[in-house]
Design a protein. Structure first.
Length: 118
């Protein structure tokens, strides 16, 4: 069983920064991609960023492009989300996820709360 565990969430003022981490453990698999999603109160879960494990290509939602950076540490099997210039509308529970193939997100973490105060 694969487990994804997020860390690094917290409370920050608008304009500040946070770095989220997502560590993978358990029965490992060939990862096609890892990513981050978020869900704000009363809203649906939305895509934030994605990194293709082989090659490192990255993709971002328009709402975070230029402010967030996704990266990976192959040796540690950890994915990071560096979040800069945070806004109150970035407040949400952030989830780490992993893909074995190109279509579905097969594994999810339990989430970490990020709160940005104005």
């Amino acid at each position: 069983q694969v487990q994804l565990v997020e860390s690094g969430g917290g409370l920050v003022q608008a304009g500040g920064s946070l770095r989220l981490s997502c560590a993978a453990s358990g029965r490992m698999f060939n990862t096609y991609a890892r990513g981050w999603f978020r869900q704000a109160p009363g809203k649906e879960r939305e895509f934030v960023a994605r990194i293709i494990w082989s090659g490192g290509s990255t993709y971002y939602s328009d709402s975070v492009k230029g402010r967030f950076t996704i990266s990976r540490d192959n040796d540690k099997n950890v994915v990071y989300l560096q979040m800069d210039s945070l806004k109150p509308e970035d407040t949400a529970v952030y989830y780490c996820a992993a893909q074995r193939g190109m279509i579905t997100w097969d594994y999810w973490g339990q989430g970490t709360q990020v709160t940005v105060s104005s």
